[in-house]
Each structure stands twice: as structure tokens, then as C-alpha cells.
Ligand binder design. Structure first.
Ligand code: PNS
Length: 162
């Protein structure tokens, strides 16, 4: 039986840390669905469609990796996809509390749902989307932290905003 995992997140923007988790998850599972959460966060830098399209272009040659967006409860989305496993990356001890709360709540909402954690590669443990957002908004370069396609998309977005 095909084992699929959902990798949910805001991905605003997708970082090299996320890409590392996605590639490793694709080695462990038969299929990875990257699920971009649709939320009305006014602080976002990319629209949900910009995120989805950029991620699609990065993984266009990976048959095992699918990209989707979802709104509402993650457990409901997972059920609609007939997937019971969620994967999240764990970078530091600071992540643990938030991740524990989410994993436990999701399991309480639907006991069929299991969350597995993948420890972040030490090379990426310092990277976060919010840090990158700050760097970009303050005119710095995110080259070190994101895929070239994300970087050029971010540059385009900022240019339009000016
Ligand atoms: O990348 P993020 O922002 O840490 O991802 C958080 C995300 C999108 C996975 C989480 O907020 C989520 O699952 N949102 C969907 C709504 C939901 O199900 N909330 C209850 C989770 S306990």
C-alpha cells in the first residue's frame, strides 16, 4: 500500500530547511503532499498562490512530491485526502512545545492522525521563515536561506510593492 505523508505549513516563504525535510520525507514515504495553509495572516509576504506556484516550480520534476493548499482544520484536510500521517520538522527545543501542542490537538481531533517529526539537518536549524521575512523586508539578501526561485519571486514581490 502506498504510504503518503502530508507536510503542512505556512511556507511564507519556503526555506532551504523546508526543502531538506521534503527531500528526506520523499525518501521515507512513497508520496509527500506539501499542504500550504490558507490563513488570513496580514503579515504574510507571499500570497498563498505565489507560494504554491513557486513550490510547484521547484519540485516539478519530483513525481513523489505533490503541492496543494488547504483551509480549515488540517485533520479534515488529511481525511479528505485519506492520509493519516503528518510530518513536521523539529529544529530546536523552542519548536518542541508548539509542535507537541499541535500534534496532540490534531490527534485529539482525529485519533487516526499521527504526527511524525524529522529532526532538522544542523545546517538548516537556524533558518526560519519569519527571520527570512524580516531580512527581506529590511532590504537584506535571503540568498543563503532560500532556493533561487524563491529568492527571485521575493524580489519580484518587493519590487511590485514599492
Ligand atoms: O509553518 P507553520 O506556520 O508553523 O504551520 C502551522 C500549520 C499551518 C501547520 C498549522 O497552523 C495548521 O495546521 N493550521 C490549520 C488549522 C488547524 O488545523 N489548526 C489546528 C492545529 S492544532
Amino acid at each position: 500500500m502506498k504510504k503518503t505523508v502530508i507536510y503542512p505549513g505556512s511556507f511564507d516563504p519556503l526555506t532551504n530547511g523546508h526543502i531538506n525535510i521534503i527531500k528526506r520525507a520523499a525518501k521515507t514515504f512513497d508520496e509527500v503532499i506539501i499542504a500550504v495553509a490558507i490563513n488570513s495572516n496580514k503579515n504574510s509576504i507571499m500570497s498563498v498562490d505565489e507560494r504554491v506556484n513557486t513550490i510547484k516550480s521547484i519540485f516539478k520534476n519530483s513525481k513523489k512530491i505533490k503541492i496543494d493548499k488547504f483551509s480549515g482544520l488540517l485533520v479534515k484536510y488529511a481525511k479528505s485526502k485519506k492520509v493519516n500521517t503528518i510530518i513536521r520538522g523539529m529544529r530546536t527545543v523552542q519548536d518542541f512545545e508548539y509542535e507537541l501542542q499541535m500534534a496532540t490537538s490534531n490527534n485529539k481531533l482525529d485519533q487516526a492522525i499521527e504526527t511524525v517529526f524529522m529532526v532538522a539537518d544542523a545546517n538548516y536549524a537556524h533558518i526560519s521563515s519569519s527571520l527570512i521575512k524580516d531580512i527581506i523586508k529590511l532590504g537584506g539578501s535571503a540568498k543563503e536561506f532560500v532556493h533561487p526561485k524563491v529568492e527571485s519571486e521575493l524580489k519580484k514581490i518587493l519590487k511590485k510593492r514599492k
